[in-house]
Design a binder for this molecule. Sequence first.
Ligand code: MN
Ligand code: MN
Length: 475
Amino acid sequence: MENKKPKSKETSKEPAKELKEKLFSKKNNTSKIFTEAEQKKADKFCEEYKRFLDLSKTEREAVAAAKDELTGAGFLEFKAGEKYKPGDRIYRINRGKSIIAAVIGKESLENGINLLAAHIDSPRLDLKQRPLYEEAELAYFKTHYYGGIKKYQWTAVPLALHGVIIKSDLSTVEINIGEDESEPVFAVTDLLPHLSQEQYKRPANALIKGEELNILIGSRSFKDDEGSELVKLNILKLLNEKYGITESDFLSAELEAVPAFKARDIGFDRSFVGAYGQDDRVCAYTTLKALADVKKIPKKTGVVVLTDKEEVGSDGNTGLKSAYLKFFLSDLAEMQGIKLRTLLTNSKCLSADVNVGFDPTFPDVSDKLNVAYMNCGVALTKYTGSRGKSGTSDASAEFTAEIRKLLDDNKIAWQTGELGKVDMGGGGTVAMFLANLNIDTIDMGVPVLSMHAPLEITAKNDVYSAYRAFGAFLS
Ligand code: MN
Ligand code: MN
């Protein structure tokens, strides 16, 4: 039987193509849609971003770098009780580990604020309070890992040591060693494959155990034939000469071992940034920059909070479960003689945190329809959580639509992003703590490959799209 062909191929095909154009939601690959000028801007933006990453390997360093950025952009330290007028730029630091910055808007705070929240703590190896020991004439630091890490990834990589030691006279010694080429680095050792038969039988999450994350720090002995622990003694002698500390000073120290390498471009086309701590300093930098770059006085007061302790559940006085953000906003409300609850109820927030980027090597963990893709723009995440949306703030359809419109109106490359298939695992952000204050909140952030690994990967165009999205939200 003859196959009846339509008379004109064109007329039968065109409507479907046009209709699809009209009805289907599309994924936008930024590298196809960015103009040359836009691409240049994105690449340039990421040069500054990489510089920020290199300066900000701990929450304290991120606060210091943020403060520099802010003071350079005309922000002054907030004084409670002072009257601020529209256009004024202020910041407040909480215990050196979190920072809030604001640009006062034209409208009354009764109408609420536009809030951006990102975190500046990242997974790492913290030194224990009595870290130093010697075994078989090798000296080590014992660690307690911070945040969700795949422990085996932290062996056999160069580590730098950052942090503070508060001595018994309450003076502070700042430590930053292993970043400069001339300085030594440190490392956790792993077993050679030749002798790993037994290790391989362990479940993957115990391939390296927590108590095996010991950092090698030296092996030369103090020159004396008498006595034990002479390698440890030699290390303490060096530390005493360099920093004026004794072993007891570790008791009141916060020392963090972090990957020693610097942020680099990844790929022949240099499309990615590879660096430690991009979760969530990528959103910290882009929100901060968006606020610092606000040109016209915004209608609503714009606030950015860069918080600590997200990776361990946001508890503690520098994490977002603490009242420090509420206290700051309460000081703002008082300044205009309004109630804090009115300010909060009318506020809107983007919880700015990273999301998983689709990894074709591990496709099974993601729902291809709902996962965020690298290079396809900033990811808007209506809900996170696990086991049936537990532990999440599920943004309302109304607020989601509002943000969707904002992104479209400003021609910002964006996509939706769900953290993994249903029941595959999951995770959370600070969104719920802000939503619990009765603020309209939704998650937005940059897709990441190898999240929580020593080397995390983002796409430059997504980083730039996040910056533009946060800027649009604030203006
Ligand atoms: Mn995060
Ligand atoms: Mn994280």
